[in-house]
Design a protein around this ligand. Sequence first.
Ligand SMILES: C[S@@+](CC[C@H](N)C(=O)[O-])C[C@H]1O[C@@H](n2cnc3c(N)ncnc32)[C@H](O)[C@@H]1O
Length: 295
Amino acid sequence: MPVNMDCLQNIIAGQIKNNFNLNLFFNNIEEEINIGNEFIVFLLGIKSEGQTDISKLADFAADTALASFYQINQYIQIAGSDKDNLKNIYIDTFNRINDKNSHDTMINHHMQLSAWLSRFYPESFIRALRFNKKIGNVINNEYSPEFQEKVLGIDAAELMEPILDMGCGKNANLVTRLKESGKNIIGIDRVISVNDGSAKKISWFDFNFEKSHWGTIVANMSFTNHMIYSMANEKDRIYDYLILYKKIIESLKPGGRFFYAPSVQSVEERLDDHVYDVEREIMSGINATKLTRIC
Ligand SMILES: C[S@@+](CC[C@H](N)C(=O)[O-])C[C@H]1O[C@@H](n2cnc3c(N)ncnc32)[C@H](O)[C@@H]1O
């Protein structure tokens, strides 16, 4: 009898979790990989049974691995075929593994993951990480709706609709709160755990920002945080962020507002002040911007 998909997914998530803090750039990675025997038996079992949708399972494995890579380094941005390439590593491992080569195949699998991940890290980081067995995770917090409203200076009653929360967090805290108070709002994030339709799993780079559509856009510690990181560390990505920033503000209706933190003063100063009004304020130690499209 085929095993139920939820059960399969739990076992795969468990195996990925067992290696969560493993530094994929460590020189002697093969000594550190945690390969559960039960996991191998399970994998060989579903392979011999031949009834499982492997593409769906590999898709789940790629999403789970991505969520843990983001937790370790929130500034990784995958685009285009990156996710398909990651998914193909899982499919390839599944196709190759058998009862004679399972250990070597799993080691090779982690080498492939390491090669895939290396393109998102500067060479100097990878060199420095070669000697660490474990990797720490960077704080990538979600904030309470009250805190977000305070930092951004939002008065829910005054928000023009529809509302978009960019990088709303996997639990979409602010979206849930504003939805409960009757607002027409949707969140987007590359990692989403809510499944009531209030948030969509998509990268802001792939989202279609229609012109003159949104009454309010909110982005707390998300879009501009990444934009600032890019300005400091990823010179070749800056233009992607600047182009997207322009698309975002053009997607506001006249009178609509973009509330975000942290501020990006150097970009804000270049805007046409006949079209956009910018107010900046420091709240709870964070520089936040309220941008209004005048016309
Ligand atoms: C620090 S969290 C803030 C979450 C939320 N705004 C809050 O204040 O609770 C930043 C969020 O940006 C999301 N993010 C990063 N890059 C993204 C992208 N390219 N597209 C969509 N969301 C992204 C992350 O997944 C994360 O949930």
